[in-house]
Design a protein around this ligand. Structure first.
Ligand code: ADP
Ligand code: MG
Length: 372
């Protein structure tokens, strides 16, 4: 399906340098939008229905604006959810339209193709119908679509980075109060290399939601004794150690990880500002160890990629990125070693798992925008 678009939107994926699985625990994160985007093309139509076509899926579906309900097909729900939440806050602003989606982002690989899609879709509708959505409207409506229509209880980081991303800047976001500032991504002489493991274990969504529940129940235990704390990521480590015997051992591990990751993220951010890239890299390795051993969201393939990076001269830091159980690792690689690393990691991974990984460099780009 091709349309003559009235409006074209570019909506980027995102990386997260450090601060994994802590947005929904009120922690600090350090994401950025990247130069890879999904493009969405929009045109009003005069028919009673809207048509959405995804070139990536190779399929289309129709939407009746008078009857927005959750679909059995997961990918439909990103669109349906966004329309639902726009209609809820700004009733009767949307009329029939067609939309074509064409993504250059790897899908389901931890660079948040989902947030790129939701936020790009909301931005496009805003431009097409002049709804007057604020940036925070787009961020929260996209997040709510993912929660209530798709069923992933994601935090706010992905949507925030996709909307507020800025070229060559990382975003230091405090997910407790949503205050943020831009931190120049002065990482030279290192480059950002992602390695897509090209595996996605189907545990990802269910375990993600289980981790959230574990953190919530752990927090309830903490609050019984210390009602003054309302944000898990900011609870002192000694408090968590005190309640160790009152919670299941797995819950204790999760709590410890969250608190340590929040501290690491703040330290990595300070190190970045000071130009101390070696410390930044070290924090990435520590983050991976926590995700793998305490939070248990890694997998053999990701552990292999991070171990390989650790032993590779010119790499100062690496970790799994995103929800886990597959997807990408993020690596800080000396610019002079990028090609050699991409070649060697491909060979080693292929030999180990019989799967071709996809390594690629990313640079930090602008957030969602109208390009025509
Ligand atoms: P990630 O956000 O890390 O890429 P998710 O599992 O959160 O992984 O989101 C991937 C899902 O988002 C896909 O399974 C699909 O439902 C939807 N999606 C992303 N991009 C597209 C696209 N271009 N066309 C249709 N659906 C898409
Ligand atoms: Mg996602």
């Amino acid at each position: 399906m091709n349309i003559k678009p009235e409006i074209t939107i570019a909506s980027p994926g995102r990386i997260n340098l450090i601060g994994e699985h802590i947005d929904y625990n009120g922690g600090h994160v350090l994401p950025a939008a990247i130069d890879l985007c999904v493009r969405l093309y929009f045109k009003k139509n005069n028919s009673p229905e809207c048509t959405i076509y995804s070139k990536n899926v190779g399929d289309r579906f129709k939407i009746d604006l008078k009857n927005i309900e959750i679909s059995e097909k997961e990918w439909h729900n990103y669109f349906l959810g966004v329309i639902h939440f726009i209609e809820q806050k700004y009733p009767n602003t949307i009329s029939s339209f067609d939309c074509v989606v064409d993504s250059a982002l790897p899908i389901g690989s931890g660079v948040s193709s989902s947030a790129a899609l939701e936020c790009g879709f909301a931005k496009g509708l805003d431009e097409l119908f002049d709804i007057g959505l604020s940036e925070m409207d787009i961020i929260t409506m996209a997040r709510d679509a993912e929660h209530h229509f798709v069923g992933t209880k994601c935090g706010i980081m992905d949507q925030f980075a996709v909307v507020r991303g800025k070229k060559d800047e990382l975003i230091r976001l405090d997910c407790n109060d949503l205050s943020f500032n831009y931190v120049p991504a002065q990482i030279a002489p290192y480059a950002l290399v992602l390695v897509n493991s090209n595996v996605s274990h189907n545990l990802a969504t269910s375990e993600y939601n289980v981790r959230r529940q574990e953190c919530e129940s752990g927090m309830q235990h903490i609050q019984k004794r210390y009602p003054q704390y309302n944000c898990l990521a900011e609870v002192p480590q000694k408090v968590v150690k005190e309640i160790e015997s009152t919670v299941p051992s797995k819950t204790f591990q999760r709590l410890l990880y969250v608190i340590q990751e929040n501290i690491r993220t703040k330290e990595a951010c300070s190190a970045l500002v000071d130009g101390d890239m070696i410390t930044v890299g070290q924090k990435l390795f520590e983050s991976h160890a926590g995700l793998s051993e305490l939070y248990e969201v890694s997998c053999t393939e990701l552990d292999f990629l991070v171990d390989f990076a650790k032993g590779f001269p010119g790499i100062i830091g690496a970790r799994m990125m995103g929800g886990g159980f597959g997807g990408c690792t993020i690596n800080l690689v000396h610019q002079s070693k990028v090609n050699e690393f991409m070649e060697k990691v491909t060979k080693a991974y292929q030999e180990q798992f019989g799967i071709q990984p996809t390594p690629f460099t990313v640079s930090i780009g602008d957030g969602v925008r109208r390009i025509s």
